[in-house]
Design a protein around this ligand. Structure first.
Ligand code: GTP
Ligand code: MG
Length: 199
């Protein structure tokens, strides 16, 4: 499926502009700069599909991408959770947009919550997870940028993060370690997406 057509559908600056729910959706959430857009490009094998940037705050709207024609799965790239330099009300607006979408979208099958391998779970990640737990929204943690640390360190973060994740009722028990740079874990993530979308 991921080697077939992938089309940018639309960008929604607020919930009023959401597309009609025509396909199962899979969303990507996480801190700014964690690598959401890059992961989406790696998954679909298309470098410039979702815009990426070294500067946090690149993605500012909910961006919908159709996988398959007609769409079999819709991937949703979202704005990141805050970063120090962003204007407070802007960060707040993104957070409401993302949270409301995650909580209220009936066709959403799973949210992947991305966590930087170098940093592990931060308070803001735990906040997203609690919000998803409360709303009983399925989610699964994905470690990103695995190429940036040594394999032994990666194994350690994976273990620790899995232990923390096990305490969260709505979290999928299995963690996936990825690198959009090397492609590690991408096939595994595709399988998880298919499984979630088809269930
Ligand atoms: P926002 O849209 O601002 O929330 O960020 P984002 O989560 O979409 O992050 P984005 O994909 O734009 O990536 C941020 C930066 O990290 C970019 O410079 C990417 O090239 C880099 N990056 C993302 N994934 C990886 C990875 O797996 N390995 C390495 N080495 N760099 C990565
Ligand atoms: Mg982005």
């Amino acid at each position: 499926l991921f080697s077939g057509p992938v089309d940018f559908l639309k960008s929604a600056p607020s919930l009023k502009f959401l597309p009609d729910p025509e396909a199962p959706e899979i969303a990507f959430a996480g801190r700014s700069n964690v690598g959401k857009s890059s992961l989406l490009n790696a998954l679909t094998n298309r470098k410039g599909l979702a815009r990426t940037s070294n500067t946090p705050g690149r993605t500012q709207e909910l961006n919908f991408f159709d996988v398959g024609r007609p769409p079999e799965i819709r991937l949703v790239d979202m704005p990141g959770y805050g970063f120090a330099e962003a204007p407070k009300d802007l960060v707040k607006r993104w957070r409401f947009l993302v949270n409301d979408f995650l909580r209220g979208r009936a066709v959403l099958r799973r949210s992947f919550v991305l966590v930087d391998s170098r940093h592990g779970l931060k308070p803001v990640d735990l906040e997203i997870m609690e919000m998803l737990d409360d709303a009983a929204v399925n989610y699964q943690l994905v470690l990103t940028k695995g190429d940036k640390i040594k394999p032994t360190a990666l194994a350690e973060v994976l273990k620790q993060t899995a232990e923390q994740s096990a305490k969260h009722p709505a979290a999928h028990p299995h963690l996936i370690a990825t690198s959009s740079e090397t492609g590690d874990g991408i096939a595994e993530l595709r399988t998880a997406i298919l499984e979630a979308a088809m269930s």
